[in-house]
Design a protein. Sequence first.
Length: 115
Amino acid sequence: MGKHSGMGERPAAKEPLLAKAVRHAKVGKFTSSSKARIDAVMKAAEHSGLLGEKSKRIGGRISPALIEQAKKHTGIETDTDLIEFALAAVALDDDFGSAFRKTRGTVDPDLKLGF
C-alpha cells in the first residue's frame, strides 16, 4: 500500500487499491461498506505505527482458492495489499465480541438509564 498519507492512495501509475471494492450490491460484488472497513483498518494501522518501513519479506504456501475468495470479498487486487490488510486486521483486533459476551447480565436491571 506504499507510504500512507491517506487511505487507499497509491502511486498515480496504478489503479486505486479499492477501485473494484465499490460496486453495486445487485451484481453480487462489494459496496462502499467493504471499502470503508478496509480504509478504517488501514488508517488505524497507520495511526498505530504499524505501517512504517517495509523491510520485512514473508513467504508461504497458501491455497489459491483462499486468496481468490479473500480478494473477491475485499476487492483488494494484489497479494501484497491483501496480506497487509489481513495482518493489520489481526494486529488491531480488540476482541470486542468476547469482552461484550463476558459482561452479559452484569448490569443491574434496576439501573435507570434515562430513557
